[in-house]
Ligand binder design. Structure first.
Ligand code: XIL
Length: 552
């Protein structure tokens, strides 16, 4: 079976190369002969080392074909005449209707390899990027590989490398840019760096035994709740559930509780009169995770009621028709109130006491300063945040804490904008806490972070670290470096807490690296096979050292 797959892949590649008959177009340059890869595959099981000179290569100059490029999303790819291109021909990527639209190249043959990618681009956009997408189980991972600053009048090159995990599948390398401009590509290449390894199938994960790991929730029980972001799919994997249960006492549904997961378009449209002011909601998508939380005795952070992202655009339109006009303020206030009411009362009635707090509004501050000009803002106006908290207070059961949540909330300018947004809500008495998402990396100053955190606490707010992950840098000792960072981060949180700052909860945004939304940046506490990383050991060490220091 394996032998067959190996042959098919290479034969397809050879066929494509042969069809071209030109020197370099296509997943061409696949110079390895099928026989040698078959032999190696047989020797080494799934894995076959093929020398670099035999390795497959995408090497396209688009002189006569599209080089295997396929339109991504709505984009269309075609070979065109271009006098600025080195041989007068280029790949034109046009018809893009979203920033992720572009040109896909199948990179399945590079599974388990470090790839080197280079390309030459021009565009009216100021930059063009090459990114990678792959699946690990049901998690889709995206990462940047390289980029080039571009102009319309001449080509510029970009080059980068990326390590593709052994368990990746559906691997695509693609060209895209942040705007909808056309992109011209003069040349594009992907090849394995060093010795090529051939993995015809993704390697199955074999989980390690985690039963002897120290328990974070136990270690930190006198200081903070320790939380985990979950997905519905991870509930089907016993090893994931066991580790989550032993380590964490708080849970955030990473996606299922978001408006996108709850709002029911078909039901809403089926009876416009009934649902005009009150869009229909369904809760089947949250039950598996909430049942798990109950089983484990965890509390749940409700995430999130009002957000610009993962919220379907149809709810902002009159008659829910996105080709028509936006709904007016009055109608949107009703929809906002009714949505919040429906979600918080459902949670209270079906899982009484489980959801201890809600991220009422997520990410209302704009990176460019001030409040984000989202559809909530456009339809209701600046006070939509204040109104959302007012409604949440009105309907949430007594004792449920209400949070504002945002990223980069440790940054000076962003913090100022956030404080401007929440000050009237504090005055109304409708907010209890500040959620600092904390998608950070090892370059972020921990003292600066703590200073910002204490400023939120000084406003009388309970602070939660709601989505912690620490992206690692692509350096040799990144694992140790990341471990030290986690240790320092937790040590400083503990010090601040024990000095009286009201920090009540620290949640990591996912269980292991392959479940992370930033899987390619390996930001979490456990490896894909659930081995403990230095990151986990750093979190353990922080509390152990703190306890020793305080008892001596
Ligand atoms: C992320 C999820 O983890 C991903 O699975 C999803 O594709 C996108 O959203 N800030 C938030 C979270 O408040 O809800 C986001 O979660 C990460 C950024």
């Amino acid at each position: 079976m394996r032998k067959k797959t190996a042959s098919i892949l290479l034969l397809c590649a050879l066929f494509l190369a042969g069809c071209n008959n030109t020197k370099k177009d296509n997943i061409s340059e696949i110079t390895s002969d099928a026989a040698s890869v078959d032999a190696a595959a047989e020797n080494g099981g799934n894995e076959a080392a093929v020398s670099a000179s035999d390795a497959p290569e995408i090497n396209a100059d688009f002189s006569s074909s599209d080089g295997g490029a396929v339109g991504r999303g709505d984009a269309v790819v075609s070979v065109c005449d271009d006098e600025l291109a080195s041989d007068g021909k280029a790949l034109l990527i046009s018809g893009r209707t979203a920033s992720w639209n572009g040109a896909n190249f199948d990179a399945e043959v590079f599974r388990g390899n470090t790839i080197e990618v280079s390309g030459s681009f021009r565009s009216t956009a100021s930059a063009v990027k090459v990114s990678i997408q792959y699946n690990v189980g049901s998690n889709v991972c995206y990462a940047g590989v390289c980029g080039a600053l571009t102009s319309e009048s001449k080509y510029s090159s970009g080059k980068g490398s990326f390590v593709i995990p052994d368990n990746a599948e559906q691997i695509l390398v693609y060209i895209e840019c942040d705007t909808l401009d056309d992109i011209y590509c003069d040349s594009f290449s992907v090849k394995a760096s060093g010795e090529y390894k051939y993995l015809p199938e993704p390697q199955q994960l074999v989980f390690v035994d985690t039963s002897d790991y120290p328990s974070l929730k136990e270690l930190y029980k006198d200081d903070f709740r320790i939380g985990i972001a979950t997905t519905s799919d991870m509930m089907d994997v016993e090893d994931y559930c066991e580790l989550a249960k032993s380590q964490f006492n708080s849970m955030t549904l990473g996606n299922s509780f978001k408006p996108e997961g709850l709002l029911d378009r078909d039901a809403t449209l089926s009876d416009l009169n009934k649902y005009m002011e009150c869009p229909a909601v369904r809760f089947d998508g949250v039950k598996k995770e909430l049942d798990f939380a109950v089983e484990c005795g965890m509390t749940v952070r409700g995430h999130t009621l009002v957000w610009h992202s993962q919220t379907p655009s149809w709810i902002f339109y009159k008659d829910y028709d996105t080709s028509g006009e936006l709904a007016d303020r009055e109608l949107m206030l009703k929809r906002l109130e009714n949505y919040i009411k429906a979600v918080v009362t459902w949670a209270d009635e079906n899982y009484p006491g489980l959801v201890s707090c809600w991220d009422v509004v997520n990410e209302a501050a704009d990176d460019a300063g001030g409040i984000r000009k989202s559809l909530w803002y456009q339809t209701i106006g600046e006070d939509y945040v204040q109104r959302a908290f007012e409604y949440a207070r009105k309907y949430a059961p007594e004792g449920t804490k209400l949070f504002y949540n945002d990223y980069n909330s440790y940054q000076f300018k962003k913090q100022k904008d956030i404080i401007d947004i929440i000050t009237p809500i504090i005055a109304d008495g409708n907010i209890d806490g500040m959620g600092m998402q904390s998608h950070i990396n090892t370059d972020i100053s921990v003292p600066l972070f703590i200073t910002a955190l204490e400023k939120y606490a000084d406003l009388g707010l309970e602070v939660h670290i709601t989505e912690l992950d620490v992206s690692a840098k692509n350096i040799d000792s990144w694992r140790e470096n990341q471990g030290k960072y986690y240790q320092k981060f937790m040590t400083e949180l503990l010090k601040s807490k024990r000095n009286g700052t009201n920090i009540a909860s620290v949640t990591v945004w996912g269980l292991n690296d392959c479940l992370s939304w930033k899987a390619a940046e390996l930001p979490l506490l456990f490896d894909d096979d659930l081995s403990r990383k230095p990151a986990f050991d750093g979190v353990v060490q922080a509390i152990e050292d703190m306890n020793v220091a305080e008892s001596s």
